[in-house]
Design a protein around this ligand. Structure first.
Ligand SMILES: [Zn+2]
Ligand SMILES: [Zn+2]
Length: 334
C-alpha cells in the first residue's frame, strides 16, 4: 500500500463513521501534504524519521505513512476498518442486497470532497452497477452550485469517464433547488438533458404550511423532476422538519411519478418513519440514497435500508433496486 492509498483509506473510513472531528481534518490535511510531495521524498523522510517536520504531518499520520511503506499492517487503519463498519440489520440486508446503484451524491464540482472518478471507483467497489451524479444547482452558491455551462462540461466529463469505467454507468443528474414559488433553479431545457433530476428544498425551510405545500407540489408535478430529495429538510437535533401537508405532497408524488427519497445521511434520515409509512400508503416510489459528499459516505445505504425494512417499503417500488435500463425507462416515462 502506498502512503497516499493508506491515508485515502483512513479518510474514507473516518467519513463512513461520519467523524468530522479534529482527527479527521488532520488526516485530510496529511493526505494533501503527501499527495503534493514526490514519493521518494516521502520515503526518504520516513526512513530518516523526519516526516513530522512537515507542516500538516503529525504522529498518527507519520505512523500510517511509515507502516504503509514498510509493507506490513497499518495498525491505525486496521483498527479503523474494524470499528467504522456501517451496521445493517438482518431485515435491512434484504434491501441492501437488492440495491444496484446510488441516485444522489455530490462531487468536487459542487460541495463534495472527491472527484466523480473517485466516487465511481468507490461505488464499483461497493458492487454498484451505476450511480447518478447530482451536484447542486446555482442558487446554492455556498455549495458552488453548477450553472448550465458548468453542468454541460460535467456531462461531457461523465461521458469520457463512462468510456473508461464501462460496464459501470455514471448517469447525469442534478439536485436542483426548489425555489420559493415551487419553480426550479434550472430551466426545463437544461433539466431535460439530464438522466435523473432530484428536487430539494434548501432555503426558506420555515415557510408556513400552506405555501410550503404548494411549493413542493408544484416542484413534484414538474415533468422533469424524478425524485423529491430529503422532503422535510430536518437536521436531527438541530433543525425541525418543515411544515407541509404530506397528504397533498405524497399524493402528488404518486400521481406525477416522482419518487420519495429515503435519505441515508445520519443527520437527516428523512422522511421520518410516520411520513415514510404515509408515502407507502399513497403508492409512492422510493429511492434509497446516500447523498454522499465523500467516498466513505457512499457506504451509508444500510441506514436507509434499515428504515425501509422497518416501515415495510415494497422493494419493487425502490428505483435503485432496478437495472439501469428499467430505471432510465421509468424516469423517461415519469
Ligand atoms: Zn440537499
Ligand atoms: Zn444532496
Amino acid at each position: 500500500m502506498t502512503p497516499v492509498a493508506a491515508l485515502e483509506r483512513v479518510v474514507h473510513c473516518l467519513d463512513r463513521a461520519h467523524d468530522t472531528g479534529f482527527k479527521a481534518k488532520a488526516f485530510v490535511r496529511a493526505l494533501d501534504v503527501v499527495r503534493s510531495l514526490p514519493a521518494d521524498e516521502v520515503a526518504a523522510r520516513a526512513a530518516a524519521g523526519t516526516l513530522t517536520e512537515l507542516d500538516g504531518i503529525g504522529e498518527s499520520s507519520a505512523a500510517v505513512i511509515q507502516q504503509a511503506l514498510a509493507g506490513g499492517d497499518v495498525e491505525y487503519l486496521a483498527d479503523l476498518e474494524a470499528r467504522t463498519q456501517v451496521p445493517l440489520s438482518e431485515a435491512g440486508a434484504v434491501y441492501r442486497e437488492a440495491l444496484r446503484g446510488d441516485l444522489h451524491l455530490h462531487s468536487r464540482w459542487s460541495d463534495g470532497g472527491a472527484s466523480i472518478e473517485a466516487m465511481a471507483l468507490t461505488a464499483i467497489g461497493l458492487g454498484h452497477d451505476y450511480m447518478v451524479v447530482t451536484d447542486h444547482s446555482p442558487r446554492l452558491t455556498v455549495a458552488h452550485g453548477l450553472d448550465a455551462e458548468r453542468l454541460a462540461r460535467q456531462v461531457h466529463d461523465v461521458a469520457e469517464l463512462n468510456e473508461r469505467l464501462a460496464p459501470f454507468r455514471i448517469l447525469t443528474g442534478i439536485e436542483v433547488d426548489i425555489l420559493e414559488d415551487g419553480t426550479l433553479d434550472h430551466p426545463d431545457d437544461v433539466l431535460a438533458g439530464l438522466d435523473v433530476v432530484i428536487a430539494s428544498v434548501h432555503s426558506k425551510l420555515r415557510m408556513a404550511e400552506q405555501p410550503m405545500t404548494e411549493r413542493m407540489v408544484r416542484a413534484v408535478a414538474n415533468p422533469h423532476v424524478d425524485i423529491l430529495g430529503h422532503c422535510t429538510g430536518r437536521m436531527i437535533g438541530k433543525r425541525d422538519p418543515s411544515a407541509f401537508d404530506p397528504d397533498y405532497v405524497f399524493a402528488a408524488c404518486a400521481q406525477f411519478h416522482t419518487a420519495v427519497e429515503i435519505n441515508c445521511r445520519p443527520e437527516r434520515l428523512d422522511p421520518p418513519r410516520p411520513l415514510l409509512a404515509l408515502a407507502i400508503e399513497y403508492g409512492c416510489y422510493f429511492a434509497i440514497d446516500t447523498d454522499a459528499h465523500a467516498t466513505g459516505q457512499l457506504e451509508w445505504l444500510p441506514k436507509g435500508c434499515d428504515r425501509a425494512a422497518e416501515t415495510g417499503v415494497p422493494l419493487d417500488r425502490v428505483l435503485n433496486s432496478w437495472s439501469v435500463d428499467d430505471l432510465l425507462a421509468w424516469v423517461a416515462g415519469g
